[in-house]
Design a protein around this ligand. Structure first.
Ligand SMILES: C[S@@+](CC[C@H](N)C(=O)[O-])C[C@H]1O[C@@H](n2cnc3c(N)ncnc32)[C@H](O)[C@@H]1O
Length: 209
């Protein structure tokens, strides 16, 4: 069952679908294109890719779906509705990805663009273990992870109530290794979000099962 913290995320992204899209377009220094390419350069055409927290499907799901068989997951019904309209070539499901139970070895890659800073800390380690099991041996995991030492933050964000949670990079790294991943790339990247004092720091990782 989806917990109350993720329900806040679900409701929030339902409510701010338009303003989030506008806000996102004004972020400066977003390196998602480079990191998406780091993943896609490792994959053959037709690879099975699972995207966790796909949002409205642009730009990442759309670009991934031009070469791969993509399944996008998002807890927000409004984001999934938009993703289906924006990316007819991909499959989508409205679901809490922390609750997903999938067959072992069922994906060649799992990707998460800016969604794991909404995962409550106490479930991150188990989620990474499950992601590792969903990948084929040698499969890849790409994610932008939060870097703040934040157990739980609930408050006003873009005019809605939102929940955030994250570990510092050294804990993210330890949890990935404990889940069985080999870290191929692991970098701290700062970008500027369109807010007062909008500097925002992320840990991009490309890991292999
Ligand atoms: C910051 S948005 C990023 C959306 C898209 N990946 C992008 O980069 O534009 C985070 C997305 O993750 C989704 N999300 C967060 N936690 C989730 C969870 N536990 N299960 C499914 N989706 C989740 C939210 O609903 C939201 O659409």
């Amino acid at each position: 069952m989806t917990d109350a913290r993720t329900r806040i995320v679900e409701r929030g992204y339902d409510e701010i679908a338009d303003s989030f899209a506008e806000w996102s377009a004004r972020v400066e220094g977003d390196q998602r294109e480079r990191w998406r390419r780091e993943l896609t350069d490792c994959l053959p055409d037709g690879a099975r890719v699972l995207e966790l927290g796909c949002g409205a499907g642009v730009p990442d799901t759309q670009l991934l779906a031009s070469r791969f068989l993509v399944t996008g997951i998002d807890v927000s019904g409004e984001q999934i509705r938009r993703a289906r309209a924006n990316v007819p070539a991909a499959d989508f499901a409205q679901s809490d990805f922390t609750q997903l139970r999938l067959a072992p070895d069922s994906f060649d890659a799992v990707a998460a663009f800016y969604s794991f800073n909404h995962v409550p800390r106490d479930v991150l380690g188990d989620l990474l273990v499950r992601i590792h099991s969903w990948l084929v041996p040698g499969g890849f995991f790409l994610a932008a992870l939060g870097t703040g030492d934040t157990e739980s933050w609930t408050g006003d964000w873009l005019g809605t109530t939102m929940f955030f949670s994250s570990f510092p990079p050294e804990t993210n790294r330890r949890l990935l290794v404990e889940a069985g991943f080999e870290l191929i790339l692991d970098e701290i990247v700062t970008m500027i979000e369109p807010e007062p004092d909008g500097e925002s720091t992320w840990q991009w990782v490309l890991a292999r099962r």
